[in-house]
Design a protein around this ligand. Structure first.
Ligand code: SF4
Ligand code: SF4
Length: 331
């Protein structure tokens, strides 16, 4: 089988930071206030942009964590992107930083001068557990005043939110009281959520589950397709590339464009060739891993548990299983 190698990049994003004001139940990267307050610096951003550009990708979005928590640093990233020949499609925000229209317009105007054109404004019941909707609507209003295009993600939830006090936050339980017990599962039909990170724990109770033996039986192939998919990749502040949507897996950006060595990337190469069955065998043979749950929603659910187990064992200390915080304090 051909070696695992990322040869060409299609479309992706830059993760400036993993710390966030919120701890959304669906967050693919397990972001939250518990992460160290590290933000990408100019040199790392410049190198990430150079590598991404050299592999054929000319535009990125910026996300986190919450990138707007360091507006000056974000402005610098927008400038570095432009100098590197990378166009920034949009910056994602949860609007937690919003205080009032005047200060928001000031901040957005500063960022517009640096190159901000579009703000993706998150709108969802998960975000509303931490951020009052008045902040979200305030951000949208300020964007309109500052001449920043708004990409609402997603507008369909506005009608759900209008039943609540806009100045308060609301639990998913409060949404279930109004919209019914199946609210959580109904969200999956309205909103794109990738089953990884915190979404696994959130949605496991409302989805079908299978014993690990059946997951292994049904997934005999490697994950070459998922790991090689560069249509929604991310590079981060730690100079890592996250393959596909497989959060918690990392390739050093300077290793992109060449075959990944078996020695440095044993887990990734195993997943690429043999999939979840391969990583299960590796964890069992090395540490006698036994699955802890009676059921798993998919192969990524089992894969995440195995990788968390390998990180907790600690003896392998593999850079490809990072950032380590992803695996700790997941909730
Ligand atoms: S989904 Fe966005 S706002 Fe929510 S915790 Fe993750 S990074 Fe923060
Ligand atoms: S099983 Fe693991 S490597 Fe394969 S797609 Fe899922 S998260 Fe990625």
């Amino acid at each position: 089988m051909r070696p695992f190698q990322i040869k060409h990049l299609v479309s992706g994003g830059l993760i400036t930071n993993y710390f966030c004001t919120s701890r959304c139940r669906h967050c693919l990267y397990n972001c939250g206030p518990h992460w160290e307050k590290h933000y990408i610096n100019r040199d790392v951003a410049k190198e990430n942009f150079r590598i991404v550009h050299s592999l054929g990708c000319r535009s990125l979005h910026i996300g986190g964590g919450e990138p707007m928590l360091r507006p000056d640093a974000l402005g610098e990233m927008l400038e570095v992107a432009a100098l590197s020949g990378i166009s920034i499609e949009y910056v994602e925000t949860n609007s937690s930083w919003f205080k009032d229209i005047a200060s928001a317009v000031n901040m957005l105007t500063m960022l517009k001068r640096k190159g901000l054109r579009t703000l993706l404004v998150s709108i969802s019941p998960f975000h509303n557990e931490y951020i009052p909707f008045s902040k979200v609507s305030g951000t949208i209003k300020a964007c309109n005043e500052a001449g920043i295009h708004v990409f609402p993600w997603i507008n369909d939830f506005v009608k759900d939110l209008t039943k609540f006090n806009p100045n308060e936050t609301h639990s998913i339980g409060a949404f279930e009281k109004i919209y019914g017990k199946d609210y959580l599962s109904s969200v999956l039909k309205r909103y794109w959520i990738h089953m990884g990170g915190r979404a696994l724990d959130t949605f496991r109770p409302v989805l079908d589950q299978w014993p690990y033996e059946q997951i292994l039986e049904n997934n005999q192939d490697g994950c070459a397709f998922e790991l090689s998919d560069t249509s929604h990749f991310h590079v981060d502040l730690f100079s890592n590339y996250i393959p596909g949507l497989c959060s918690g897996l990392s390739i050093a950006t300077h290793d992109l464009g060449k075959p990944l060595s078996e020695k440095k990337y044993p887990v990734l190469n195993t997943l690429f060739r043999l999939g979840v069955r391969g990583i299960y065998d590796l964890a069992y043979q090395t540490f006698k891993f036994r699955p802890s749950r009676s059921g798993y929603i998919n192969k990524c659910d089992l894969c995440t548990e195995i990788r968390t187990f390998l990180v907790e064992k600690g003896t392998l200390d593999l850079a490809e299983l990072s950032p380590k915080r992803f695996y700790r304090d997941r909730r």
